[in-house]
Design a protein around this ligand. Structure first.
Ligand SMILES: [Zn+2]
Ligand SMILES: [Zn+2]
Length: 364
């Protein structure tokens, strides 16, 4: 028999375990699991993070769950299943007598990301406080609990700035205000095809009143940053504007033109599409809901279900002044795009994908 340096794998039991370029890290050719000893796992995690010099994964392990059917390569004793982190239920095999750790293939990435996972779960699981209560009580706006974006949300900020500038300019000068509503607002009557197309974009930056602007901009501020981070600046901008165009067309489609021309302003349709994307990609986030004085963190699907019901009620009761159809159309478009792009977004953002897994334990 030819001499081989491969050893039995603790997981698949084939003789496929081979040393990598680091002798204290071995990897299985067959099942692609990995064995770490002599602090190699801590070193590997620290190497993956620029700002971490030393890492001690054992300090962050959750509770010991049960004895594993795998044996330590070195000590020949049964290993023990530990929960990877306190609020993340992935189970890894650790040796009770040496620092040996066995990771199955699908666990490697989660373990390498465990410092970010830990930080994210701490933020997500924060309890509501008197500050969040006061904020919502006086502004009637939800507080968001989500991960911090890695990139600066330039597009989100620019959209907010543009909407605010248009609004303030209109406040300062009635002439500008009339001009903005006449040329930038969406008007279904009396216009050339080119003007029609331009208005489908410009109406998104015009708001009819301070509360209309403030509500829209607040939601754009809290959820736009995470969506822009997940998608990238350019794709986020295209998605936002496209959703606004489609929302206006939806409103136009169901509009009863015997009531006169359709006049439409505001970012609500685009922002409703962002709600749909958010619901599909940020299962782990929470938005607070306030019922009189009782404040509760809700998962996005509950929060936006309530929001949809309010809009459906508005649509069927025929209350004027609010573009219910644009809201619901934008939201439906967001859900569809969110569903179609989910795998792409999760591939580009492994941390978001990991937080969407059932292993993430969320306290609400
Ligand atoms: Zn194996
Ligand atoms: Zn051992």
């Amino acid at each position: 028999m030819p001499k081989t340096r491969a050893h039995p794998c603790p997981s698949c039991a084939t003789n496929s375990l081979e040393a990598t370029s680091t002798p204290s890290i071995q990897s299985c050719r067959h099942c692609h699991g990995m064995w770490f000893e002599d602090g190699a796992l801590n070193q590997a995690i620290a190497n993956r993070h620029e700002h971490i010099d030393h890492y001690d994964h054992e300090q962050h392990l959750g509770s010991a769950l049960r004895t594993s059917d795998r044996q330590c390569r070195r000590c020949r004793v049964s290993m023990v299943h530990y929960q990877l982190l306190e609020h993340y239920t992935t189970e890894i095999d650790c040796c009770p007598s040496c620092d040996g750790v066995w990771l199955d293939k699908h666990e490697v990435d989660q373990v390498m990301h465990s410092p970010e996972l830990k930080r994210a779960l701490n933020n997500l699981n924060e309890k509501v406080s008197w500050k969040s209560w006061l904020f919502q009580f006086f502004t009637a706006m939800p507080v968001e609990y989500n991960i911090k974006p890695r990139r600066t949300p330039w597009v989100t900020r620019a959209l907010i700035a543009l909407c605010s500038i248009v609004f303030i300019a209109g406040l300062l000068s009635p002439e500008i205000n009339d001009w903005v509503f006449a040329y930038w607002g969406f008007n279904s009557e009396n216009q050339s095809p080119a003007h029609f197309a331009i208005q489908l974009l410009t109406y998104q930056f015009v708001h009819g009143g301070f509360m209309h602007l403030a509500g829209n901009m607040y939601f754009l501020w809290i959820i736009g940053d995470n969506l822009e981070d997940a998608l990238g600046h350019g794709a986020f901008l295209v998605m936002y504007l496209f959703a606004g165009v489609m929302a206006a067309l939806a409103e136009l489609l169901l509009f009863d033109s015997s009531q006169g021309p359709l006049l439409l302003v505001g970012a609500s349709g685009s922002i409703a599409a962002l709600f749909g994307l958010y619901l599909m990609w940020f299962r782990h986030a929470s938005l607070t809901f306030m019922f009189f004085v009782y404040q509760k963190k809700l998962a996005p699907h509950w929060y936006f279900l309530i929001w949809s019901l309010i809009n459906l009620f508005g649509m069927f009761s025929g209350q004027g002044g609010v573009a219910w159809v644009a809201h619901l159309g934008g939201f439906a478009l967001g859900l569809l795009l969110g569903y179609l792009l989910r795998d792409y977004v999760f591939r580009k953002n492994p941390l978001i994908a990991m937080l969407n897994r059932p292993e993430a334990e969320l306290r609400r």
